[in-house]
Ligand binder design. Structure first.
Ligand code: PLP
Length: 445
């Protein structure tokens, strides 16, 4: 039984025969734009474990791209989904009213950073949360420019894609994107383009010194969009001074600060929202991914002052905040507050220390970074040259899979660990020892 397993069990060659049948159908019927790193076919999930159709069991440190915060098929989430499905599946929250939608908005008002009264708009995904926040920022400020950071990922629809600047393949062929958007340097200290600093964050000076003097009057800038920890860009954690400084630049010019917490939010970093690590209160927060343990729902949350600037008809959708997703989100928040945010902090610290220990053995590990269970390991040719090794990184990801560990890459040369927040210390040990083995094999050629 999958339920009883806590470590991987590979019984067939990978991919196994039943898995291969699905891969064939996928090749024929599914868009080739998806970028699968290895041939995992998932059939069942429980906690941190995934079973494929051939009975192979994997330890999941990807969590459906940081989505299944409470683990696969948590019984209380399954119960909440089943109960609601028997009562009401859909009615459309932008035309009618129902209890679960207001209950969830009330919870988000309570847990989101900041003392001001807040309101929510419910979406279906991360990209839709960003699109909505872009519109709200323009509407509220009456300004048109929107700024984001190099390395950022905010989604793939036309608006959010205009802010995304993590890999050019994501933008190539889709121009023109929306005008009046531009990117500025992020606080990527391991590869600082500004000669390093001791807390001055010269990367942010670039925004004021160049963009705000030579390119655009800051009075025309509606918002700066920032991930508290860059996700797809490489699990990059800016230094302590970065967000306080960014927040004060925004305040100085009346620019809204939008925190994209789509990946870093909902307990992933050992705080409910990652921005809390920096003690900064953003004007708008975007969430999705981990908010409902795998049910499709997102939201953007703003102070009532900002949100009430637009009126009926300005922005709406059909599926956003459907009752089943709302109930799954309410249960997710309850489970997060009843121990999983704490577990993320505790296991994250433990795992980070174990990954750092691997640095003694593997010169290929350039840096271990992250907060809570949002951990990145940047791989390099050697620690002196810091040369990126994207092909080797891809091999590490693939070989972890062959050894029963599911992880994903991010950035140019980083691997990420984002397990469900129910992960145990033993499972962290297993993941680290698989990585250790894979790195040793790769290093010995
Ligand atoms: C920080 C961030 N913002 C936005 C998105 C887009 O979310 P979605 O894929 O749900 O549209 C992602 C997805 O990875 C993300 O990591």
């Amino acid at each position: 039984m999958l339920k009883d397993l806590t470590s991987p069990k590979i019984m067939t060659g990978l991919p196994g025969p039943k898995t291969r049948e699905i891969l064939e159908l996928d090749r024929r019927y599914i868009s080739p734009s998806y970028g699968r790193p290895y041939p995992l076919v998932a059939e069942k999930g429980n906690g941190c474990m995934i079973e494929d159709p051939d009975g192979n069991v994997f330890l999941d440190f990807a969590a459906g791209i940081a989505v299944v915060s409470t683990g696969h098929c948590h019984p209380e989430i399954v119960g909440a989904i089943k109960d609601q499905a028997e009562k009401l599946i859909h009615i459309s929250g932008t035309d009618f009213y129902y209890k679960s939608q207001v209950a969830l908005a009330k919870e988000l008002d309570r847990i989101a950073p900041g003392d001001s009264e807040k309101q929510c708009f419910f979406t279906n995904s991360g990209t839709e949360s960003i699109e909505g926040a872009m519109k709200l920022a323009r509407y509220y400020t009456g300004r048109q420019y929107l700024v984001s950071f190099f390395g950022s990922f905010h989604g793939r629809t036309m608006g959010s894609l205009s802010l995304t600047a993590s890999k050019y393949v994501q933008r190539k062929g889709f121009s023109p994107l929306i005008p009046s958007t531009f990117q500025t340097p992020y606080g990527y200290c391991y590869r600082c383009d500004f000669g390093g600093c001791s807390g001055e964050c010269h990367c942010l000076d670039f925004l004021e010194k160049h963009y705000f003097k030579q390119v655009v009057d800051p009075c025309e800038v509606a918002a700066v969009f920032a991930e508290p920890i860059q996700g797809e860009g490489g699990y990059i954690v800016p230094r302590a001074e970065f967000f306080p400084k960014l927040s004060s630049i925004c305040k100085k010019y009346g620019i809204l600060l939008v925190a994209d917490e789509v990946q870093s939010g909902m307990g992933r970093t050992g705080r409910m929202f990652a921005i809390e690590h920096w003690g900064v209160v953003p004007d708008i927060i975007c969430v999705a991914k981990g908010i409902a343990s795998g049910m499709p729902i997102g939201a953007f949350i703003a102070s009532s002052e900002i949100m009430s600037s637009w009126g009926p008809g300005s922005h709406a959708n059909t599926f956003g905040g459907n009752p089943i997703s709302c109930m799954a989100a309410l249960k997710t928040i309850e489970l997060l507050e009843n121990g999983l945010v704490k577990n993320s902090e505790v296991q994250g610290e433990y795992m980070s220390a174990k990954l750092c220990e691997l640095m003694d053995k593997h010169d290929i590990i350039g840096e271990v970074r992250g907060k809570g269970l949002m951990l990145g390991v940047e791989l390099v040719k050697d620690r002196t040259s810091r040369k990126p090794i994207p092909a080797v990184r891809d091999k590490v990801v693939e070989n972890c899979f062959k050894n029963g560990l599911l992880i994903l890459g991010c950035g140019e040369t980083t691997i990420r660990f984002s397990p469900p927040l129910v992960v145990t210390r033993e499972q962290c040990d297993t993941a680290v020892s698989i990585l250790d083995r894979v790195l040793s094999e790769i290093e010995s050629g």
